[in-house]
Write a protein that binds this ligand. Structure first.
Ligand code: PMP
Length: 356
């Protein structure tokens, strides 16, 4: 606390990202990173962009990330003017709060969801109302029949991994033509249906995606929004009032190269999905209840063992998973899907802890 702080700083509740532990060889299953490296083409593109002497770094990057937006637009069979690119989908979401979600009625999002949403709402002074997930942690779109100026949730949801069928999202869009509906698809490539295919039909739909998970580029900070040109224009107006160059040169070429190697992307996603199913079976065998997941994470609880205790027992073995000390989910662990070898280390450790 300091008398130099702006008033708003006193009122913030900053988001706490998963730990990046300073351990030599942690089994790191706490931030939903991809256990596999990005396509080799990403590395080649970064080297080429740098050149032998890093000459290109003298110059500012393209403020609109035109080539990247064209590449991603072609990938989704949409137009580049329906694509916004930002510094990770967190930044895209932050700009969305300012550009589209602040009106006279509350923004709606689930009670159990990505914990950055309430943080942004407080930072940008956006009124919000949470809508409870059902007891199986499913989103029921009929529960969103509440006066609102915007609706936001991830599909699959976080931290549960539970997907929502596209037909439900379409029903929500039809019932809320006067609100922006924002679907955060950070994990969509691991098994849910993308709503990108709906943007031409619903001018109120904004779909947010990232290269952090399915394209193994969390360290590059690249995210997108897809939607009607008017929504994209709103994001550009806020972006150009805040930071003209959110994506550096290396991030732009790296993300482009990742989209150009579809085979690598598909192989990587298939491996993660197979490991997820294997891990889910292993956890179930150990007595965990596992929420059905279409993401690269599992949300699980053990009825006989306290989650926070399991978390610290695992940490002693340098296995890092995530726990949220929040209502309804404080007995769950969120486990990122690693390689099969990493998942085996986790399962062996849990077996030993549960039997101790
Ligand atoms: N949305 C959800 C639901 C997430 O879990 C995350 C990752 N923490 C993000 C958005 C942000 O991802 P990034 O900024 O790396 O694109």
């Amino acid at each position: 606390m300091s008398r130099y702080w702006s008033d708003i700083v006193h009122r913030l509740t900053p988001y706490v990202p998963g730990e990046q532990p300073a351990l030599a060889h942690p089994v790191k299953l706490n931030t939903n990173e991809n256990p596999y490296p990005p396509s080799p083409r990403v590395l080649a593109a970064i080297r080429e962009e740098l050149g032998p002497a890093g000459e290109s770094l003298r110059r500012y990057p393209d403020p609109t990330a035109q080539k990247l937006r064209e590449t991603v637009a072609a990938y989704h069979a949409i137009r580049a003017d329906q694509v916004f690119a930002g510094n990770g989908s967190d930044e895209v979401l932050a700009l969305t709060f300012q550009a589209l979600l602040k009106h006279d009625k509350p923004l709606l999002f689930p009670d159990i969801t990505y914990s950055f949403y309430p943080t942004y709402a407080r930072l940008f002074d956006v009124e919000y109302q949470t809508i409870p997930l059902d007891d199986a942690f499913a989103i029921n779109v009929d529960d969103y029949a509440v006066a609102n100026s915007g609706i936001l949730f991830p599909n699959p949801n976080a931290p549960t991994g539970r997907p929502l069928p596209l037909a439900d999202i379409e029903r929500l869009l039809q019932k809320n033509p006067d609100s922006a509906v924002v679907i955060d698809e950070a994990y969509v490539d691991f098994g849910a249906q993308s709503a990108v295919t709906l943007i031409d039909r619903y001018p109120n739909l904004l779909v947010v995606q990232t290269v952090s998970k399915s394209r193994s580029l969390a360290g590059m900070r690249v995210g997108f929004a897809f939607g009607n040109v008017e929504l994209i224009d709103a994001l550009n107006r806020v972006k150009d009032s805040f930071n003209s160059y959110p994506l550096d040169r290396l991030a732009q070429v790296a993300a482009c190269a990742a989209y150009e190697d579809d085979e690598w992307f598909r192989d990587t996603c298939a491996k993660v999905i197979a490991s997820r199913e294997r891990l889910a079976a292993g956890l179930t065998e150990l007595g965990f209840d596992v929420v059905p997941s279409a993401a690269n994470l599992l949300f699980a609880r053990h009825n006989g063992h306290d989650a926070a205790t399991l978390l610290s027992r695992l940490r002693e073995r340098e296995i890092i998973v995530r726990h949220f000390n929040a209502p309804r989910i404080d007995q769950h662990l969120r486990i990122s899907v690693g390689t099969d070898a990493e998942c085996d280390v986790l399962l062996d450790a849990l077996r030993a802890i549960l039997n101790a």
